[in-house]
Design a protein around this ligand. Structure first.
Ligand SMILES: Cc1cc2nc3c(=O)[nH]c(=O)nc-3n(C[C@H](O)[C@H](O)[C@H](O)COP(=O)(O)O)c2cc1C
Length: 168
């Protein structure tokens, strides 16, 4: 059966080892595309109706408020079923210690019973934070395999690491 990558990723201003840079493609998207290339997986990008600010500090504030109120931001397209897939890669940046709230909006719509989930995160030092615990709830009924954690600044050097991880 085929494989799917569900991911969220934000372009714009971001921190790389303490330095602000503007990027056209988000870090998590780089990893998602490696998996597409290595495994022939389909890609589904979770995108919010209201874009997050490109300005890093503004985005930090918006995301913090969303997390505080457990918001479920509206997304442009909702994936309704993963029945065609047995393995689902779930990728996201660590936002305030867990997945961006928009991933909750999407993942809560899906039935993960019997699926294999392979999570991956990009981050600036916190790894998965509490995301695996949150994924256990969001993907109830799935087997969650060991995740892959990559610092945002390293994504363009991470293809070999991704290739090893997708093989397991
Ligand atoms: C709103 C926001 C919150 C973040 N919170 C954390 C955090 O709690 N821990 C961490 O290590 N990195 C944090 N980061 C850094 C991102 O996880 C990191 O830059 C990631 O690679 C961004 O991925 P993307 O380009 O795919 O969106 C945060 C970034 C943003 C924009």
């Amino acid at each position: 059966m085929s494989e799917l990558v569900i991911y969220f990723s934000r372009s714009g201003e971001n921190y790389f080892g303490g330095v602000l840079k503007n990027i056209e493609k988000g870090n998590t998207e780089v990893i998602a595309e490696y998996i597409q290339e290595l495994k022939g997986a389909d890609l589904f990008k979770v995108e919010t109706v209201i874009d997050y600010p490109a300005d890093y500090m503004e985005c930090i504030d918006v995301a913090k408020k969303e997390k505080t109120v457990a918001a479920r931001p509206k997304i442009k397209k909702t994936l309704k079923s993963i029945a065609d897939y047995d393995t689902v890669y779930i990728g996201f940046p660590n936002w305030w210690g867990t997945l961006p709230m928009a991933m909750f909006t999407q993942l809560e719509e899906l039935d993960f019973t019997g699926k294999t989930v392979k999570p991956f995160v990009t981050h600036e030092g916190s790894g998965f934070g509490s995301a695996i615990k949150d994924l256990e709830k969001l993907c109830s009924g799935a087997e969650i395999k060991p995740g892959l954690s990559i610092p945002g600044a390293d994504v363009y050097d991470a293809k070999d690491k991704v290739a090893l991880w997708v093989r397991d």
